[in-house]
Design a protein around this ligand. Structure first.
Ligand code: CFM
Length: 548
């Protein structure tokens, strides 16, 4: 860790401890005590990482950036899969989120089955809340089946469904048996189930694993077969990563879940390696695939050209085949000149600028590499809903405290499949890789990658976001749509790192080039200096009252 020097643009000299104190100053003592544990001044400790409080309830009254459990399940994990009818069981207000979700792109494929443009909802009314909604749900499933004859129908519970106790699992089971050619299952992902959308990821992944993975044993062609876990094709990121895989000769059996289809999930157990991109949303699936089918997993990152090259090399090293190793090197050599040229172009204007990143559960970390390529420093960052392992690394997992909220989320017990468990490498081969420094199941988290003296803040809220910007004056602030306009009003450019505004892809080599140009335009635009009207800066008129 190097020490970060924050460019002081204000007359006041802000030290991290002072910034932290200032963020907490207005809170009542109890709130301040709780928030203090989620605001960490990074320090370089020997052999350990500073501890942060994460994945705990947001204090009522605070305007959090988080979403709900239903959003994490329906929107994040299941949203990008094109050929599963996603039926929301709930009032129409929640079903706004049934119709598209985020900017996850899709290719309708040869069969053309793509239900993403539709909004499926049971549209619960007062009478359904009073007398129960199961009959209405059954009718809605039947209607979707008759209209589309999909491969699969997924049902999502919103808060009222859990409160009135509709048994959605029995309904879906009955319908599945009735249809015979359509897999129907449900998710108890009521918004209140967990402290954030993170609980929804877990609920979604459990059901995908239980109901879909392993349904298709057909062996797909390809020499180097992987799954890409935790890549959601926002702004076309997944398309760019797939382009690179294809060029390298790597076969992507299933992406969980960007641009995915039912059959991809069903075949995932036939791959030979799981590459995990977003650790937060999907590390459980990687573990379950390993336990049940014997597929090892590694952490990858395709955000930044350097990280992309590193991840490709890591995949090639796993397969340990000279043909693939050479091909990967050739692809990197072919792609890098365009990246280097773009970097050379922007660097004189971006170098030394500062960024703040407050996004989800993985991007606040991944994007720091991309900013670093542009010579930009991340002075403060944090996740909305990640857990301590995403901050401090996976070694803290055994010590994580199980509280009432985490106990609420089902942990499914997975065992080795009696017929289909097959270690992908012999114990000797695995040992040789590990001895050569190869890391399986490894994620070190965000904190060790950040400089000493930077501020790591979990579940940042609207008040703190504005305060932080006021105090530290970053050159760019990255978060989501809820934060965008309040930050811009402070005269600081704001880039959405959830939806990418209207841009992207930013992953892979072409994505890096896109990002360099876009950030260069944002941080060097003069428009931000015009945020204050001239009379706010230098009052031109003065007057006195008549009676004075
Ligand atoms: Fe993973 Fe995501 Fe993220 Fe996430 Fe998300 Fe997203 Fe995100 Mo928005 S799965 S944790 S729940 S990388 S929708 S594609 S951008 S908050 S940092």
């Amino acid at each position: 860790m190097a020490t970060v020097t924050i460019k002081k643009k204000k007359s006041a000299q802000w030290e991290p401890a002072e910034v932290k104190a200032e963020l907490l100053a207005k809170y009542p003592p109890k709130v301040a005590r709780k928030r203090a544990k989620q605001i960490l001044i990074n320090e370089a400790l020997e052999n350990e990482t500073p501890e942060i409080s994460a994945n705990v309830r947001t204090i009522p009254g605070i305007i959090t950036m988080r979403g709900c459990t239903y959003a994490g399940c329906k929107g994040v994990i299941m949203g990008p899969t094109r050929d599963i009818v996603n039926l929301v069981h709930g009032p129409i207000g929640c079903s706004f989120y049934a119709w598209l979700t985020r900017r996850n792109q899709t290719d309708a494929g040869v069969d053309g089955a793509n239900y993403m443009p539709y909004a499926f909802s049971t549209d619960m009314q007062d009478s359904d809340i009073i007398f129960g909604g199961e009959k209405k749900l059954e009718k809605a499933i039947q209607e979707a089946y008759d209209l589309f004859h999909p491969r699969s129908i997924a049902v999502f519970a919103t808060c009222p469904v859990g409160l009135i106790g509709d048994d959605i699992h029995t309904v879906t089971k009955r319908m599945k048996e009735k249809f015979g050619d359509c897999n129907v299952y449900a998710f108890s992902c009521e918004g209140y189930k967990g402290v954030s959308q993170s609980a929804g990821h877990h609920i979604a992944n459990n059901q995908v694993f239980r109901h879909i993975v392993g349904e298709n044993d057909e062996v797909k062609p390809g020499k180097y077969k992987i799954n890409l876990l935790g890549e959601y094709n926002i702004g076309g990121d997944g398309f760019e990563i797939d382009r690179i895989f294809k060029k390298c000769g790597i076969t992507n059996i299933a992406t969980f879940s960007g641009n995915s289809s039912y059959d991809q999930f069903a075949s995932a157990h036939t791959a030979d390696l799981n590459a995990v991109m977003c650790h937060r949303s999907i590390n459980y699936v990687a573990d379950m695939l390993e336990t049940k089918y014997g597929i090892p997993w590694i952490k990858v990152n395709f955000i930044s050209a350097k990280a992309t090259a590193k991840s490709l090399r890591k995949i090639a090293e796993y397969f340990n085949d000279q043909e693939l190793i050479d091909r990967v090197e050739a692809v990197i050599a072919e792609e890098m000149p365009a990246v280097e040229a773009a970097k050379k172009d922007v660097l004189p204007r971006t170098e030394g600028k500062t960024a703040m990143l407050f996004v989800g559960g993985s991007r606040a970390h991944h994007y720091q590499e991309l900013f670093a390529e542009m010579g930009m420093k991340t002075i403060s960052a944090g996740y909305e809903f990640a857990h301590r392992d995403d901050y401090e690394g996976r070694e803290v997992i055994p010590n994580l405290t199980v509280d009432a909220d985490s106990r609420n989320i089902e942990e499914i017990v997975v065992e080795a499949d009696a017929t289909r468990f097959k270690p992908r490498k012999s114990p000797e081969e695995m040992k040789a890789l590990v001895e050569a420094g190869y890391k399986f199941k490894d994620y070190e988290g965000l904190i060790p990658d950040m400089d000493k003296g930077t501020l790591v803040i979990d579940d940042l809220n609207q008040y703190e976001a504005e305060k932080l910007v006021e105090l530290m004056k970053p050159d760019i602030f990255c978060a989501g749509i809820k934060e965008k306009f309040s930050i811009q009003k402070l005269g600081i450019p704001m880039k959405q790192l959830h939806s990418y505004d209207s841009g992207g892809p930013y992953a892979g080599f072409k994505g890096a080039v896109n990002f360099y140009h876009e950030i260069d335009r944002l941080v060097n635009s003069k428009v931000w200096s015009y945020m204050k009207a001239p009379w706010q800066e230098n009052p031109q008129l003065s007057a006195t009252y008549g009676w004075e």
